[in-house]
Design a protein around this ligand. Structure first.
Ligand code: C2E
Ligand code: CA
Ligand code: CA
Ligand code: CA
Length: 280
């Protein structure tokens, strides 16, 4: 029994060690592959509808990047965006997503907008507003049809340059959304001055909110009240079932995004859906 336990112990130890090594190697391999992903055409942008709560009219789409790895298959942005941020690739990738999404938005019917995720690293670069301006000019898109999604993490090292960045982006005429609200940096002070047009309520609050007695519904209610007082719209993210639509509607959220109205789709499908004008 003792022998077996020791053998087991060694086995477990070796397994763990090899696994860690594999993890580090995978990380490095992914980083190397990511360096070539753009030029090899392995990245794609897909678009998920955002609808008005009242009538499911499509007001826009969120642009989400995808990586089809030639050997590993699809790699989630939750896995490769952090790598891109650490190894200096997020700026070229982010700029490519911006140009691609703007070109798609030009084709959307009924003035549907496009929302593009902005990494804190892009946001920290004083040249970012010029990058956005160039992309809008290249795609000949009206600035109010572009929404930039920014997370609370940009306020972690808040400084005069944070204020200047918001002012420059506002001057361009683009819309600004606060993404993943309530999941990160917990001060509300920045809401006093940051010129957001919209607050996106993270799907962790939506999940289970329709179950009676859920505290999530109370939290969503409070966010909606706060946003309305600040003259901001609200989008509930990750809405998956009809019960959640009813609840979100009752709580007064202005917009809904989630699988219940549409999964992320390619540009062609998004353009076709925008011509219908409504999600089912
Ligand atoms: P996010 O910005 O919060 O994007 C929403 C995520 O929720 C997307 O995952 C979307 O596919 C997923 N989602 C939408 N509706 C539902 C639903 O009803 N149920 C569930 N379970 N999930 C839903 P995705 O595409 O895997 O993206 C993950 C994250 O990766 C994004 O979270 C964002 O932080 C980041 N990301 C994606 N594309 C970009 C990009 O172009 N640039 C940057 N910087 N980050 C990106
Ligand atoms: Ca987002
Ligand atoms: Ca989000
Ligand atoms: Ca998120």
């Amino acid at each position: 029994a003792l022998y077996a336990a020791k053998a087991d112990g060694r086995g477990v130890h070796r397994f763990y060690h090899e696994n860690m090594l594999e993890g580090a190697q995978t990380r490095k391999a992914l980083e190397d592959d990511l360096r070539h992903a753009l030029e090899r055409g392995e990245l794609q942008v897909v678009y998920q509808p955002v609808v008005a709560t009242g009538d499911a009219r499509i007001v826009g789409y969120e642009a989400l990047v995808r990586w089809q790895h030639p050997v590993r298959g699809p790699v989630s942005p939750a896995d490769f965006i952090p790598i891109a941020e650490e190894c200096g690739l997020i700026e070229p990738i982010g700029e490519w997503v911006l140009h691609t999404a703007i070109a798609a938005a030009r084709q959307f019917a009924n003035h549907a907008r496009v929302a593009v995720n902005v990494s804190p690293i892009q946001f920290a670069n004083p040249a970012f507003p010029a990058v956005v301006a160039r992309a809008l000019a290249a795609g000949n898109l009206a600035p109010e049809r572009l929404e930039l999604e920014i997370t609370e993490s940009v306020f972690l090292n808040e400084s005069a340059s944070t204020d200047a960045m918001f002012a420059s982006l506002k001057r361009l005429g683009v819309r600004l959304a606060l993404d993943d609200f309530g999941t990160g940096y917990s001060s509300l002070g920045y809401l006093r001055k940051a010129p957001f047009d919209k607050i996106k309520i993270d799907q962790s609050f939506v999940r289970g909110a329709a179950i009676s007695g859920s505290r999530n519904a109370a939290i969503i209610q409070a966010i909606v009240t706060l946003a309305a007082a600040l003259d901001m719209e609200t989008t509930a993210e990750g809405v998956e079932v009809q019960d959640e639509i009813e609840l979100i509607r009752g709580l007064g959220c202005s917009h809904i995004q989630g699988y219940v109205y549409g999964r992320p789709m390619d540009a062609e499908a998004a353009v076709a859906l925008s011509r219908k004008g409504f999600a089912q």
